[in-house]
Ligand binder design. Structure first.
Ligand SMILES: *Cc1c(COP(=O)(O)O)cnc(C)c1O
Length: 437
């Protein structure tokens, strides 16, 4: 049951909690996008969630397309995942010693990603990418890295960098607190522009340790790779001795069991995972070729560690989640639900005469308020973000929870019913109609 159409929601408790939170937590939140700043309203405080629905502190229900920013592909509180976490908790929350659960999840990851011969568990996607980059630098003895404008890989210093005026010049940090000396090793290129990458690599010949990218860019909406982009990068990395790091923190187990690499038939030398492999608990992982992974401590000299890495609760949630994803037809169902929603949203926008660009790969999608296509960050920036914030608020009021930013992907779960999708399409039709006036 979604909220009644047209009623004005009162967010009394959320407002009260946010006031208190702002006193003692910077901005009132523990991760910036949660603050709803770019959509001009206060955040909802969430009390609980189940299946496709999330409930705020004032008792309103929302059909949820945020899914904790990706992990909840089974919907919230899947009974098998809850049971696995409860079971693990009764045996002890953390030991700081190896457990067999780590071997089990590692095996599942290696089976899903044939290029992952060894994998190490960490506690977040940020840690996974940060560690993969250290490994690439350590193995190649090179300092520079190349990333793409609009790709997000967590908040490590060297990754919070975007292009300066010229893409081939030294990177400029996106945040104060990052030494220019650190950012200068980060080169940035335009997503989907292979020629530009080739030029940058030529200018920095023999100096680039790795190229890191999202094989489907999900942190500037949803931008699939254009034909030839991924194979071109693979070939370039092979000829130049550059480590190709594919960041599948969002796309891994999301767009296919084997992630974007399976879908687009490309293989990274190192792969970063997170989100879904933790089933909603804090997990990240990085893995890849044995000859690279063996250079990590304690086998090799490249240091990486974590007190809570491979945490038994998190491993249990991950194992239970992946087992359910292996069921016959799982990804087919996600595809069908997502295609149905996409078609409905497209129709709703067209009827209202609103210019939108819907981009989708499997169960991740974005409705850009621009004509598109969106192939890179600059294209994404042509979206009407002011209109998006009105669209967002209209959807929220109708009981639909989408990400509070134009530049985030939406996520489908297996728990979304046809009724949920129809309600979402109806709400979008009204939201688009209000944008058109
Ligand atoms: C979410 C995300 C990260 C960061 O993961 P955290 O767990 O938030 O640190 C890194 N890379 C990609 C592609 C992501 O979507």
């Amino acid at each position: 049951m979604g909220a009644a159409q047209g009623r004005t929601m009162k967010h009394i408790k959320s407002a009260k909690y946010f006031t208190q939170a702002k006193q003692i937590i910077p901005g009132g939140v523990n991760s910036p996008v949660r603050a709803f700043k770019s959509v001009g309203c206060n955040p909802l405080f969430i009390e609980r969630a189940t299946g496709s629905k999330i409930y705020d502190a004032d008792g309103h229900a929302y059909i949820d397309y945020v899914g904790s920013w990706g992990p909840m592909i089974l919907g919230h509180c899947h009974p098998k995942v809850v049971e696995a976490i409860q079971q693990a908790a009764t045996n002890g929350a953390s030991f700081g010693a190896p457990t067999y659960k780590e071997v089990e999840l590692a095996n599942m990851v290696c089976e899903a990603y044939p290029n992952i011969e060894q994998v190490r568990m960490v506690s977040s996607g940020t840690e996974a990418t940060m560690s993969a980059i250290r490994l690439a630098r350590g193995c190649t003895g090179r300092d520079k890295i190349l990333k793409f404008d609009g790709c997000y890989h967590g908040h490590a210093d060297s990754l919070l960098v975007k292009a300066g005026s010229g893409a081939a010049t030294f990177g400029v940090p996106t945040s104060p607190g990052i030494p220019a000396d650190c950012a200068k090793y980060t080169l940035t290129a335009t997503y989907n522009n292979l020629e530009e990458v080739k030029q940058i690599v030529a200018v920095n010949k023999g100096e680039i340790a790795c190229i890191i990218l999202e094989a489907i860019a999900g942190n500037m909406g949803c931008v699939p790779p254009v034909a030839g982009f991924l194979p071109g990068l693979r070939e370039l990395c092979d000829t130049e001795g550059i480590v190709l790091i594919i960041d599948e923190v969002m796309t891994g187990f999301r767009v296919a069991y084997g992630g974007a690499q399976e879908r687009f038939n490309v293989r990274g030398d190192l792969v970063c995972l997170g989100k879904i492999i933790g089933g909603g608990l804090p997990v990240g992982a990085f893995g890849g070729k044995r000859e690279l992974m063996e250079q990590l401590s304690p086998e090799g000299g490249i240091y990486q560690a974590g007190t809570l890495s491979g945490n038994p609760l998190a491993m249990s949630a991950g194992i239970a989640t992946l087992k359910l994803l292996q069921e016959d037809g799982f990804y087919q169902q996600i595809e069908e639900k997502s295609a149905y929603l996409e078609a409905g949203l497209r129709q709703a926008a067209t009827s209202a005469g609103v210019s939108t660009c819907l981009q989708r790969v499997g169960g991740m999608f974005c409705t850009y308020l621009c004509s598109g296509p969106v192939n890179n960050f600059n294209d994404a920036l042509t979206s009407d973000t002011e209109a998006f914030s009105r669209y967002f608020r209209s959807m929220l009021e109708a009981g639909i929870n989408i990400a509070p930013s134009q530049f985030e992907a939406g996520f489908m779960s297996i728990a979304h019913s046809k009724d949920d999708l129809d309600q979402t399409i109806d709400a979008a039709a009204q939201a688009f109609a209000s944008l058109a006036i």
